[in-house]
Design a protein around this ligand. Structure first.
Ligand code: ZN
Length: 299
């Protein structure tokens, strides 16, 4: 039997038909109609029907960028996709598609995917960090996706690392996402006066790879902030692994070596030794695979 996993991003919706072991059999993309709920539902229905046409599908999982209340099913907030705020997308889609649908926060879906069939397979306690336009987090604790009281747990990006830090999109300041994210990296490069193209994390990484010392320093500084977040997680939760994915992870070891150094400076040694910091095995499909695995395991 196959399952459909969907990852609704700020600009692109990714959808895949995934087999029962978590392997992608077929995948599709479509632009996100961020301001029209009818348009979004129609796009999702079209993707599902195209993926259903080649093989039977038993359920659909949807990763959404926002806080979803697990008691009511309503999406409380979504910074970039305004049309899904205060909407029970799971219920609406289920009615439209006539197939079981399960909605989940996108980073939680990524965490679930890495745990079920990726870098965290077989572990009991792990965190997943998705590093892109924002910094997403998901927690697997005692062999379960950890939701907290209302489903809002795992928002690592909005944990605070500075008292007088940068203004965050969430309304607070000093959140780690303002440092460790694509836009955060660009701002660091601008503040440091890095020469050349600093329009994106990717262009700054390219400059670093061509020997631009200022650009390299941006990634080392960003990696240290990420290391602080990881050390906090390790001391708080005594995890078995932290899995890091997301678009910015193309910068790989330049960032992660600084992260690992910072972890060893700040976390308890015994706890840090339990917890390797590893790259995602499923990227860029962690979100769709996780959503499909959630559909498999909950319907
Ligand atoms: Zn924030």
């Amino acid at each position: 039997m196959h399952y459909i996993g969907i990852d609704i991003g700020g600009t692109t919706i990714k959808a895949a038909r995934v087999d029962s072991l978590g392997a992608v059999a077929e995948s599709l993309k479509a632009p996100t109609p961020a301001e029209s709920l009818d348009g979004l539902i129609a796009t999702l229905a079209d993707l599902v029907s195209r993926l259903q046409s080649n093989a039977p599908v038993s359920s659909v999982g949807v990763g959404i960028p926002g806080l979803r209340n697990t008691r009511t099913g309503v999406i409380q907030t979504s910074p970039h996709i305004t049309c899904i705020r205060n909407v029970n997308l799971q219920e609406m889609l289920q009615r439209k598609l006539a197939i079981p649908v399960l909605a989940e926060n996108d980073a939680n879906a990524g965490a679930y995917g890495e745990w079920r069939s990726g870098a965290g397979k077989g572990l009991h306690h792990m965190a997943y960090i998705s590093l892109g336009t924002g910094l997403g987090g998901g927690l697997i604790l005692s062999d379960r996706l950890f939701h907290g009281t209302s489903g809002y747990a795992g928002e690592l990006g909005h944990t605070v690392v500075e008292t007088a830090g940068r203004q965050c999109d969430c309304g607070a300041s000093g959140c780690i996402e303002t440092r460790v994210s694509g836009p955060g990296i660009v701002q660091t490069a601008l503040e440091r006066g890095v020469s050349g193209d600093v329009s994106s994390a990717g262009s700054i990484y390219a400059a670093a790879m061509h020997g631009n010392e200022g650009a390299k320093a941006v990634f080392v500084e960003t990696g240290r902030y990420l290391g602080m977040a990881c050390a906090n997680l390790i001391n708080l939760l005594n995890l078995q692994a932290i899995v890091i994915g997301g678009g910015v992870m193309a910068s790989g070891d330049l960032l992660l070596n600084a992260t690992r150094e910072e972890v060893h400076r700040r976390a308890f040694r015994a706890s840090a030794q339990d917890c390797p910091i590893v790259q995602s095995h499923l990227w860029p499909d962690a979100g769709v695979i996780g959503a499909a695995m959630l559909a498999r395991d909950n319907s």
